[in-house]
Design a protein around this ligand. Structure first.
Ligand code: ZN
Ligand code: ZN
Length: 273
């Protein structure tokens, strides 16, 4: 049994053929998936999938890259997260990659709106007692700094002991350690299967067993040997197979471990409420 801890089932590439996606998941023994919101505009559809299907849950949040979309307050996010099928806040975080690439007269210093949005999501997650799904790209130092400034991992609450997950982990071993020290889980995507992903593979090999998750980030980032195709939660066993190879175990065992970790992070606290 496998659990995809991060995918975007409401995106048209997957939503338009949802029954085929479900069938492929069943055939691959991928029985559960966390469907991630990237905007408040998208959230109702994400929530609807989580209410309609067993084994599908939702998050609520606005992706750090999105501009020109509605900007939820801490109150709005916490209210949306009160739904029992909404088990996480995010994806949220910082993404400076486009700014670095374009260098089109815009600077990282101008991204105060990203940093403010991130803080709003952190506060809503703490208030709602739901884990954060963190997206960080070309912004690890600021991501860690803001989490620290918001006191994440420093309180005595259950939320502070496991405040969330760094999804699609592609950062250094030092960033991994800083995230683990704050109580975060690390989720590995299809990137870990890419030949040139040596640093990520080393983090995936060495990470503590009780803190690893697997994901597809579908419809993006199809793992080898599906690279370049539309990704689907049904492909998460390829990620499990790579972790199994790196850690000297079986894909099935990685499926069990990461499913139990998913329960501990996302579902146990919902039962507690
Ligand atoms: Zn992301
Ligand atoms: Zn995502």
């Amino acid at each position: 049994m496998f659990t995809d801890s991060h995918c975007h089932l409401a995106m048209p590439e997957l939503a338009r053929d949802w029954l085929a996606v479900r069938a492929a998941m069943a055939a691959a023994q991928v029985t559960r998936a966390l469907c991630i919101s990237t905007s408040m505009e998208e959230f109702p559809q994400v929530r609807e999938l989580a209410h309609r299907f067993d084994g599908v849950w939702a998050s609520v949040g606005v992706h750090p890259e999105h501009e020109g979309v509605s900007e939820p307050s801490e109150d709005e996010l916490a209210a949306c997260a009160a739904d029992a099928r909404v088990i996480a806040i995010g994806e949220t975080g910082l993404d400076y990659y486009q700014m670095q690439e374009r260098k089109a007269g815009r600077a990282i210093a101008d991204l105060d709106w990203q940093r403010a949005r991130f803080r709003t999501h952190i506060r809503a997650a703490r208030r709602a007692d739901k884990p954060l799904v963190i997206h960080t790209r070309a912004a690890a130092d600021d991501t860690l700094r803001i989490l620290r400034e918001e006191g994440v991992g420093q309180g005595a609450s259950a939320w502070d002991r496991s405040p969330g997950v760094f999804h699609c982990f592609t950062e250094s071993a030092a960033v991994a350690q800083a995230a683990l020290d704050m109580g975060f889980y690390l989720s590995f995507s299809g990137i870990v299967t890419f030949k040139n992903a040596r640093d990520v593979q080393e983090v995936a090999r060495a990470a503590p067993q009780e803190r690893i998750l697997i994901e597809t980030d579908a419809p993006y980032l199809a793992p080898a040997p599906m690279r370049g195709k539309i990704n689907s939660p049904a492909h998460v066993p390829y990620v499990a197979a790579k972790l199994a190879e790196l850690r000297g175990t079986t894909p099935e065992r990685i499926g069990e471990i990461t499913s139990a970790n998913f329960d501990a992070l996302f579902l146990a606290r919902n039962r507690r409420i």
